[in-house]
Write a protein that binds this ligand. Structure first.
Ligand code: SAH
Length: 336
């Protein structure tokens, strides 16, 4: 049976129309779920009993469960158990600008980036929309406060589960949903070009981040197998189109791997690639995992200065969460 939290506002309106009801019922249901936090359909008191029964025949409001939470400084990691006993993780972060959550979009991941722990388990399945929405609801309930921003940067490739991720974004962004501003939502992709193109037509001001991680195909092929399908020039071209269409600034993520992609020449080559584009580079200090092949770069500062010198905007991602394995690339779809 379908979960009621799988439906975007428009889909719920269409559902009501399809059963001969007025579409404003969608507003009432959204308010119950996302504003009053009422998940028992019997208690949707402004809907007639008959309609509640129909709703109950068509939908459930089942929840995923918090299986474990680990608390670090300024960060909490949640392990969620899904109804089919799969697991995913999400991370809550305290920033000076508010609370943000990093959500997972798939169980496992097929992208196979060599340096990333999350991809060591191949994709088992995509997450349904409600399984992403509930990561936020359960964390808000756990900490008894509201989340200000969301990044889809946990386990999985969001553009490999595009439709559910976009539905999720619409629900958390909707004024009668969780009310998280579109500008406070960021989706990160490893560069699935057709989906970047599709995303550029979405009438929502959601941010896009792209895991580039290399200034040329030779390096990117070694660390990101997806590059053999969508190479750097294809990714850069689709980003140029995206920027032209949306007028939005794109984040270029670049994980700093010692001796792999962190030379000053690499920085200059990256600067050449991005020259004139409305982007900023977010350098990610590598979080070492059990994977001994890669080490954290010790040249982040020089690399950053070289980019600045070439007129590229750059920030370094704040490091936290690694002591509870909650940092970028450390999340897992496993209980232990
Ligand atoms: N699949 C999407 C979403 C994951 S976002 C994507 O690739 O963008 C997680 C980010 O952390 C990605 O940029 C990823 O490349 C990066 N990452 C993966 N492993 C890491 C590690 N061990 N240390 C730091 N960053 C890592």
């Amino acid at each position: 049976m379908n979960n009621l939290m799988n439906l975007s506002f428009e889909e719920l309106e269409n559902y009501f129309l399809s059963i001969g009801e007025k579409k404003f019922k969608a507003s009432q249901v959204f308010e119950w779920l996302y504003i009053h936090k009422e998940y028992n359909i019997d208690n949707f008191s402004n809907l007639k009993k008959e309609l509640r029964e129909t709703l109950k025949k068509d939908f459930n409001t089942d929840f995923i469960k918090i299986k474990r939470r680990e608390i670090g400084e300024g960060v909490r990691k949640y392990l969620f158990e899904l109804s089919d006993s799969n697991y995913v993780e999400a991370v809550l972060m305290e920033h000076d600008y508010g609370l943000s959550v990093c959500v997972s979009s798939e169980v496992g991941c097929n992208m196979g980036c060599k340096f990333c722990e999350s991809g060591r388990l191949k994709r088992v399945r995509e997450l349904e929309t409600y399984e992403m929405v509930e990561q936020i609801i359960l964390i808000e309930e756990d900490i008894e406060s509201k989340i200000q921003s969301v990044v889809v940067m946990g386990i999985g490739e969001p553009f490999d589960n595009y439709d559910n991720v976009i539905r999720f974004v619409k629900i958390i962004n909707h004024a009668k949903g969780l009310g998280i501003g579109a500008r406070h939502i960021t989706i990160s992709t490893c560069g699935i070009v057709p989906k970047i193109d599709e995303f550029s037509n979405l009438p929502l001001q959601v941010n896009l981040a792209v895991s580039l991680h290399a200034p040329n195909d030779e390096i990117r092929n070694q660390i990101m197998p997806i590059n053999k399908v969508y190479n750097i020039s294809k990714v850069i071209n689709s980003l140029k189109n995206y920027i032209a269409k949306t007028n939005r600034r794109v984040t270029i993520e670049y994980v700093m791997l010692k001796g792999v992609n962190d030379s000053i020449d690499n920085a200059y080559e990256l600067a050449g690639l991005l020259k004139g584009m409305n982007v900023y580079v977010n350098l990610i200090p590598y979080n070492e995992t059990n994977n001994i092949e890669f080490k954290k770069s010790i040249r982040i500062k020089e690399f950053k200065d070289a980019l600045i010198d070439k007129g590229i905007n750059v920030t370094v991602r704040r490091e936290f969460g690694s002591n509870i394995s909650a940092a970028c690339g450390q999340l897992r779809s496993k209980e232990v």
